[in-house]
Design a protein around this ligand. Structure first.
Ligand SMILES: [Mn+2]
Length: 319
């Protein structure tokens, strides 16, 4: 596997990297972390994104030249890395890029990744794709610069919930320690990614939490965000991603669910599980995916229909 990836990197002149829509710290971090190493090697590298970069990750764009993918881009490149992408459809409109590259390498840590690349390195036990990328960089002795280490640390610290979730293994902390030794400014990353909350989001969070009625004897916290509500606070669909962690952390809650109404009328569903249940199978049954304790899906139903459907599904899961 590693030697095959090495061969492909050596052979390639032009390399593109891309990840899923609704980018998070791990997707943006892995694209930039590996991309920076490849740039240091003198490759012609394009760091694609297929969505708006959330405000709290804008600091990553200071040193990483992300390019918003547009249809038809990425033709004739030698090699494409698809990172942190549990299924090809999560590339959304940029999925066509899979047909453009001569070779596609899929590196990921989501459950049931269908191995859509020519080469697939999927490790569901690892904390983050950034940790996997660091393993690749170390094994191939690729060069790492400051922008790269910063990006990789960002992905590890965000995907582990600041080293709190059970995907944090001894080797995760060793990877983080290695990055710190290389000079990463962890305080800045922490401030940007965790301590730069938009006041409008905090106010809407307050409103939503005030209305929250836990279901199933308090074991499920379900919150819904309508377009109307998001618009009233001048927020978009990417906002409020901390809500689901906040409500999961209520005593007695085992599963938190957040529904967000999309502009086209569909609904984006996020699931978090604290301990006793796994939510990836439920997400997959709705056409989504994820990890045992953090998963999601997008459905074509409206908010009320989605809520009704989920209450039935959760009742079964909780039995
Ligand atoms: Mn990830």
């Amino acid at each position: 596997m590693i030697s095959k990836i090495k061969e492909e990197i050596e052979r390639a002149k032009t390399i593109a990297l891309i990840s899923h829509k609704s980018p998070d710290g791990d997707s943006l971090g892995s694209v930039a972390g590996l991309g920076q190493a490849l740039m240091e090697m003198g490759k012609e590298v394009t760091l694609f994104v297929n969505d708006k970069i959330p405000e709290k990750y804008e600091f990553l764009a200071e040193k990483n030249p992300y390019v918003l993918y547009k249809k038809g881009m990425g033709k004739n490149m030698d090699l494409l890395f698809v990172l942190d992408c549990g299924q090809a459809s999560r590339l959304d409109y940029s999925e066509e890029i899979l047909n453009e590259a001569k070779t596609v390498i899929n590196m990921d840590h989501h459950m049931k990744n269908p191995n859509f690349g020519h080469i697939n390195w999927v490790d569901t036990d690892i904390s983050s794709t950034c940790e996997l990328v660091l393993e690749l960089i170390n094994k191939l002795k690729l060069p790492l610069n400051y922008a790269g280490t910063t990006a990789l640390y960002t992905g590890i610290v965000t995907d582990t919930g600041s080293f709190m979730y059970d995907n944090t293994a001894p080797k995760t902390l060793r990877a983080a320690a290695e990055l710190l030794e290389l000079g990463v400014d962890k305080d800045r990353i922490y401030r940007e990614a965790f301590q730069s909350r938009n006041i409008k989001e905090v106010k809407l969070l307050g409103e939503v939490v005030k209305d929250l009625t836990p279901l199933f004897d308090g074991r499920v916290a379900l919150s819904s965000l309508s377009q109307e509500k998001l618009k009233a606070y001048d927020l978009d669909i990417q906002a409020m991603d901390e809500l689901i962690d906040f409500t999961r952390d209520i005593a007695g809650v085992e599963i938190s669910v957040v529904l967000k109404e999309m502009e086209n009328g569909g609904t984006k569903i996020g699931f978090r599980s604290k301990n006793a249940y796994r939510v990836d199978s439920l997400a997959r049954s709705l056409g989504g995916g994820g990890h045992e304790k953090a998963a999601g899906a997008t459905v074509k139903m409206n908010l009320a229909e989605t809520e009704a459907m989920l209450i039935k599904a959760l009742e079964e899961l909780l039995q």
